[in-house]
Write a protein that binds this ligand. Structure first.
Ligand code: BG6
Length: 507
């Protein structure tokens, strides 16, 4: 049973506190929760790291990040109140000493509070440190309280299937599965959570949500940003590991899953896992037909000249890392047999847009001649995740006038029009759920494993056969020619994203 927020004294231990993720996302999310009075009254943030910080210097570093990245207003007074709960524990996280200190510090706080606190260990570190930190927490006796202790790990968990299994094994030798919260921040986005509400809280979509009415599903997660200051990380990751293995496959699972019996962590995650199990494996000799990769060269984005991937900091001059990946997948079950799922993601594309496009089948018989405009736009439903947040149904309508002309029109639901409250950021939602012990929006170990398994043949083939055409797309375009071919070979095309420059839901 979930306890109320007030009952939970919380000790939040942040590993990798000096890193970018802590400054950019985690601390701003905690502060936002504080401002919204969603942190427990007794809360303390212990930051663990190697750099030389005083409590004040670390707080100042976080405050700078807050001003730079936070979208909400930052009240200095509230920040000072919040910052008084930040304490820095300097030490080498590969040495036992820091865990002894941590143990004593946490116990002292619990004694002062006169009770058992919820203890959250948050790994804002590279995945290579998950294993040693988890083992050290276990050895220090810090992981044993199953009810009150949780560990949070960021994606990507591992670098491939084998390293995921190794890390997972290390986590599960110390923590029970229900103590492990694997974050995929896409699952915390309001628009992503809404996929299940849309599908399962309304009676009219489920009957047509299948192979009989749906021609194909296209999932696009496009970014205009390059790799920023993450070149070193990105060189080892690439688009397939960084985005497809997690965010895009999670989106696919939500679109394709069966209705859960109850909305809880087990049932929702079981149904999502069923989808991943049903994904048709990609044979290594079909990778060229079922996957496409790209890397950007210099180009223009929003009127600004941007450099090629290979000229970014931390990137090898002849890098073979893909900054764009597209896949064609099939879900082998009754509902989806024969319906292709096309996934694409890339850096430095023409626009920042994340959306899922459900393309309906054509009408079985065309009563209107083509000259009436029927073929202009196929009927489709678009779930807009970002930057527009909403749902758009595109269908054909008759243009006013004595002549019969058909034209595509939009029916739309737009978050900021329908609801006047601010949507919480993904990290706020997810961190709050960790504090409440609710794992519904987190990835279970078996899901992550299936996702790695699915992309393994592509990873292996791409690694063994460096791309001969890199760089193969201009920054500011929609990606390489091979991605167009991926869908064109099935007689389809990537439909234009439903973007609007004005910030409303549709063009
Ligand atoms: C992260 C990736 O998980 O998601 C980044 O590591 C990417 O490379 C980011 O930029 C995109 O997230 P969003 O929420 O901006 O779409």
């Amino acid at each position: 049973m979930l306890l109320s927020q007030k009952e939970r004294d919380t000790l939040f231990v942040l590993f990798g506190a000096g890193g970018d993720l802590s400054q950019r996302l985690i601390v701003p999310a905690l502060f936002s929760l504080y401002q919204d009075e969603l942190l427990p009254p007794r809360f303390h943030l212990y930051c663990v790291g190697r750099s030389d910080y005083s409590d004040e210097a670390l707080a100042a570093h976080f405050f700078e990040g807050l001003n730079r990245y936070s979208t909400g207003s930052v009240s200095k007074k509230q920040w000072h109140e919040f910052a008084s709960q930040i304490e820095y524990l300097q030490g080498d996280i590969l040495q036992d000493k820091v865990y002894d200190t941590l143990n004593k510090t946490l116990r002292k706080k619990e004694k002062q509070w006169q009770g058992t606190a919820e203890i959250i260990f948050y790994m804002a570190t590279p995945p290579s440190l998950f294993k040693p930190i988890a083992s050290a927490l276990g050895n220090a006796g810090l992981a044993g309280d199953r009810e009150h202790t949780r560990i949070v790990v960021e994606k990507p968990v591992g670098h491939d299937l084998a390293s995921f299994q190794e890390i997972n094994q290390a986590l599960s030798s110390v923590f029970e599965e229900d103590q492990v919260f694997r974050i995929d921040h896409y699952l915390g986005k309001e628009t992503v959570q809404n996929i299940l509400a849309f599908r399962f809280a309304n009676p009219m979509f489920e009957p047509i949500w299948n192979r009989r009415y749906i021609d194909h599903v296209a999932i696009t997660v496009a970014e205009t940003l390059g790799v920023e200051n993450r070149g070193i990380y990105y060189e080892k990751a690439g688009a397939l590991r960084d985005m497809v293995q997690n965010h895009l496959l999670q989106l696919l699972s939500l679109v394709a899953m069966e209705p859960p019996v109850v909305y809880d962590a087990n049932d929702v995650r079981n149904k999502k896992c069923d989808v991943l199990h049903a994904l048709r494996p990609i044979p290594t000799d079909a990778v060229d037909v079922l996957a496409a990769r790209g890397q950007y060269y210099a180009g223009w984005i929003n009127g600004e000249r941007v450099r090629a991937y290979c000229d970014e900091g931390g990137v090898a001059p002849h890098s073979n890392t893909e900054t764009f990946a597209a896949l064609k997948l099939h879900v082998d079950n009754w509902r989806w047999q024969g319906v292709p799922f096309y996934l694409r993601t890339g850096k430095r594309l023409e626009a920042k847009v994340s959306e899922i496009s459900i393309r309906f089948r054509d009408v079985p018989h065309k009563s209107f001649p083509a000259s009436y405009g029927l073929n202009e736009q196929p009927a489709r439903l678009v779930i807009q995740i970002a930057p527009q947040e909403g749902i758009v149904l595109k269908f054909m309508a008759k243009e006013p006038g004595s002549q019969l002309r058909l034209r595509p029109v939009n029916m739309r639901f737009c978050y900021n029009e329908a609801f006047e409250t601010r949507s919480p950021g993904a990290y706020e939602t997810l961190i709050r759920d960790v504090m409440l012990g609710d794992a519904t929006l987190f990835m279970r170990g078996d899901q992550v494993e299936s996702a790695w398994r699915q992309i393994t043949p592509v990873l292996e083939v791409w690694e063994a056969n460096p791309a001969v055409d890199f760089p193969n797309y201009a920054a500011g375009s929609w990606g390489p020619e091979s991605a167009t071919m991926l869908v064109a070979q099935d007689g389809k095309n990537w439909l234009a994203p439903t973007l609007s420059k004005k910030g409303d839901c549709v063009r």
